[in-house]
Design a protein around this ligand. Structure first.
Ligand SMILES: C[S@@+](CC[C@H](N)C(=O)[O-])C[C@H]1O[C@@H](n2cnc3c(N)ncnc32)[C@H](O)[C@@H]1O
Length: 397
C-alpha cells in the first residue's frame, strides 16, 4: 500500500526536513528518498513502513499528513457525495471523535463550517455513524482526537488525515522547562542549519552558553547518537484500524539497534556542553537530558556567560540568547550580545557560531560578521539565525 504524505513544517524548517530525507535511510533502510519541498512542508511517498519511519525518525517536521483523496467540489452535493467515496474505514471507526480543520481559498465553497458539516455527514454515510466533532489540544499531554485536514483551493478539495497526533516536537522528554524554551523541532533544525556534522565518526564540540532547559544540546545528542526522536511517544496512526503492531515493533527494534551501535561507538567521547546562569534551568536541562536518554552525553554547568570556558576546539556554538520580547528587555540585552561577541572572539577563535534571535540589531551588537540568511518562526515570532566563523586562530574547520 502506497501513502502520499506531506511533512508539515514550521517556516524555515522544510529545507531541513528535505535534508533529513535526502540523507538516505530515513524512510527506506539504505535508500535515498525523492522529495519535493513546497510551501509549508515536504511532499513524500512510501509504504506503511515509510509512514511509520517518517514519524519515528524525522526531527524537524511538525506533523505527517496522509492524503486520503482529492476531487473537484463546486457545490455541497458534489462535496458530500465524493467525500463519501473515500476510504475512511482505513483511518476511522464508526462514531469516532474527529477534529475537522477546514480552509477554503478561491473556491465556490468558502464557508468552512458548512464544508465541515458536509464532510462529517459523508464520513457518517460511509461508516454508518457520523463522527463527534471536537477540537483537540495538539500541545496537551492527552493524545488529541484524530485530525482530518480539508483544503479547498480553486474548487479542488484535498482531504488528509493526520498520522502524528500530538505535534512531533513533543518528543516526550521535555517535562521540565525554563524560560522561553525552543521547540525541539526548531532546535534540531538550528543544529542542522549550523552545519554541525552529527554523523561524523566523532562530531566536533558543540556548546550552548544560554541552554535554558537544554533543548539544543539534547537535540544535538539525539542526532549524534542516532536516537529516534519519536522513540518515546505515541502517534495517531497507532489508533487506525489497520495499525500493524508487528511492523512497528520491528521498526523500533531496528532503531534501537542503530542507536545502540552508535552509543557504543561514541562511548563517552561526545563533547556537548550546555550552561546557563539560572540554576533552575540547569536542573530542568539535566532532568530532560536524562529522560531523553542522553544524560551521559552532555555536560551541563550553572554559570553566567562570562564564566564560559569552552573545551579545546574548534567546535560549534549554537545558541538562543534572550531576545527581549520573550525573556527580558532593555539596554542590558545589547550589553549581553556585545559580551557574547567578546567571549566568542577571546575563547572560541575559529569556532562556527550560530545565534538565534528575533532582533538583527542585537545580533549586530556581537560585532561578528554574521550571515543572517536562515529565518524561522519561534512561538509566533520571526527569528533569524546569524552565522559566522569566529575570527581567530583556526580559520578552517
Ligand atoms: C531564550 S532562553 C534559552 C532557551 C533554551 N534554548 C531552551 O530551549 O530552553 C535564554 C536563556 O539565557 C539565560 N541567560 C540570560 N542571561 C544569561 C547570562 N548572562 N549568562 C548565562 N545565561 C543567561 C536565561 O536564564 C535563559 O535560560
Amino acid at each position: 500500500m502506497k501513502f502520499h504524505m506531506f511533512a508539515v513544517c514550521a517556516p524555515g524548517l522544510a529545507a531541513c526536513a528535505a535534508q533529513e530525507l535526502q540523507r538516505g535511510g530515513t524512510l527506506r533502510a539504505g535508500k535515498r528518498q525523492t522529495v519535493s519541498v513546497e510551501a509549508g512542508g515536504v511532499r513524500l511517498h512510501g509504504d506503511r513502513a515509510a509512514l511509520y519511519r517518517a514519524n519515528l525518525h524525522l526531527r524537524t517536521p511538525s506533523r505527517i499528513l496522509v492524503r486520503l483523496g482529492d476531487f473537484r467540489a463546486e457545490n455541497f452535493g458534489q462535496l458530500r457525495c465524493r467525500a463519501a467515496k473515500l476510504g475512511w474505514e482505513q483511518y476511522l471507526v464508526s462514531g469516532q471523535a474527529v477534529e475537522l480543520r477546514v480552509t477554503c481559498h478561491q473556491s465556490r465553497l468558502y464557508h468552512s463550517d458548512a464544508v465541515a458539516e458536509r464532510v462529517a455527514a459523508a464520513i457518517g454515510e460511509r461508516l454508518g455513524q457520523a463522527p463527534a466533532l471536537c477540537v483537540g489540544d495538539e500541545e496537551g499531554d492527552e493524545q488529541p482526537p484524530q485530525l482530518v485536514v480539508v483544503r479547498l483551493v480553486h474548487d479542488v478539495c484535498t482531504i488528509s488525515v493526520d498520522a502524528s497526533g500530538a505535534l512531533l516536537h513533543r518528543r516526550g522528554y521535555r517535562l521540565a522547562t525554563a524560560k522561553a524554551p525552543l521547540r525541539e523541532t526548531l532546535a534540531a533544525g538550528l543544529v542542522m542549519a549550523a552545519g554541525w556534522p552529527a554523523g561524523d565518526a566523532l562530531p566536533p564540540p558543540l556548546l550552548d552558553p544560554f541552554c535554558g532547559s537544554g533543548t539544543i544540546p539534547i537535540e544535538a545528542a539525539l542526532m549524534a547518537l542516532h536516537i529516534a526522536p519519536g522513540r518515546q511517544r505515541r502517534f495517531a496512526f497507532m489508533a487506525w484500524p489497520d495499525f500493524d503492531a508487528d511492523l512497528w515493533q520491528r521498526l523500533l527494534n531496528e532503531a534501537d539497534r542503530q542507536s545502540a551501535a552508535r552509543v557504543h561507538a561514541l562511548d563517552g567521547h561526545l563533547s556537548l556542553f550546555g550552561s546557563d546562569r539560572d540554576a533552575g534551568a540547569i536542573m530542568a536541562a539535566q532532568a530532560n537530558a536524562g529522560r531523553a536518554g542522553v544524560g551521559n552525553a552532555i555536560t551541563f554547568a550553572c554559570h553566567a556567560l562570562s564564566a564560559v570556558h569552552p573545551p579545546a576546539g574548534p567546535g560549534f556554538v549554537v545558541t538562543n540568547p534572550p531576545y527581549g520580547r520573550r525573556v527580558q528587555g532593555g539596554a542590558d540585552l545589547r550589553d549581553l550580545y556585545a559580551q557574547l561577541g567578546n567571549v566568542l572572539r577571546q575563547r572560541c577563535p575559529g569556532w562556527q557560531a550560530t545565534i538565534l534571535s528575533s532582533d538583527r540589531h542585537l545580533l549586530m551588537q556581537t560585532g561578528l560578521s554574521l550571515d543572517a540568511s536562515a529565518a524561522f518562526v519561534n512561538g509566533g515570532i520571526s527569528v533569524t539565525a546569524g552565522q559566522a566563523c569566529v575570527p581567530g586562530a583556526f580559520p578552517d574547520l
